[in-house]
Design a protein around this ligand. Structure first.
Ligand code: FE2
Ligand code: FE2
Length: 202
């Protein structure tokens, strides 16, 4: 017999728990002393986490599906924690000027697939989170190469682990993606890649 985890199980893919970032504080860093390459990366991740929060607002606005709404509510809480850590690192005034615009895109990235069916949303989410995992891996590499403080590398690693976990949550619920789900996922990953590239510069 198949025992799918219920929404109240700590290992349910719906609840996005446990979060490693929730146990990992943002280290005190001297922003002005960071190399420009690392500043660009942190700025991009700050935008990425703001986009993630808005994505779940889009899901909640699009669907009445109880499981998808629970998934969105619980994962949004985790993404809010990620956002607060990045917010603590990137000083006011140093963030990308595209936060508002790209966050609106994030809302659409959640709303559209959720409108077209929860399994399509899970496919999009899992694909994007899988890509975010590689984004953080690259960032950890850059941080290490530039001799970033241990606490910063630890936080980025915790973010990476959470995102990898979110990708697993999405795939656990996505089923076998149809052509539309795969197309939406391709668009979402391509736009995320573009958004991060822009946020590094603007
Ligand atoms: Fe995140
Ligand atoms: Fe995530």
């Amino acid at each position: 017999m198949d025992h799918a985890p219920g929404p109240h199980s700590p290992h349910s893919p719906l609840v996005g728990a446990p979060s490693e970032v929730a146990r990992t504080p943002a280290p005190p860093i001297d922003w002005t002393a960071l190399p420009p390459a690392l500043k660009r990366e942190l700025r991009a991740s700050h935008v990425g986490e703001a986009v993630a929060v808005r994505l779940y607002d889009g899901v909640a606005d699009a669907t009445g599906d109880a499981a998808a709404r629970l998934f969105a509510r619980k994962h949004r809480e985790v993404e809010l924690t990620h956002l607060s850590r990045l917010r603590a690192l990137v000083p006011e005034g140093e963030e990308s000027r595209l936060v508002g615009l790209l966050s609106a895109g994030g809302w659409l990235m959640g709303w559209l697939p959720a409108k077209l069916g929860p399994h399509r949303f899970y496919t999009v989410l899992a694909s994007v989170e899988q890509w975010v995992d590689t984004h953080y891996a690259r960032q950890i590499d850059i941080a290490r190469r530039h001799g970033a403080p241990d606490g910063l590398v630890r936080l980025l690693q915790a973010c990476r682990n959470d995102e990898a976990h979110h990708a697993e949550d999405g795939w656990a619920l996505a089923g076998r993606p149809d052509a539309l789900a795969r197309a939406l996922a391709w668009v979402a990953v391509s736009s995320s890649r573009l958004g991060v590239a822009l946020a590094r510069r603007v």
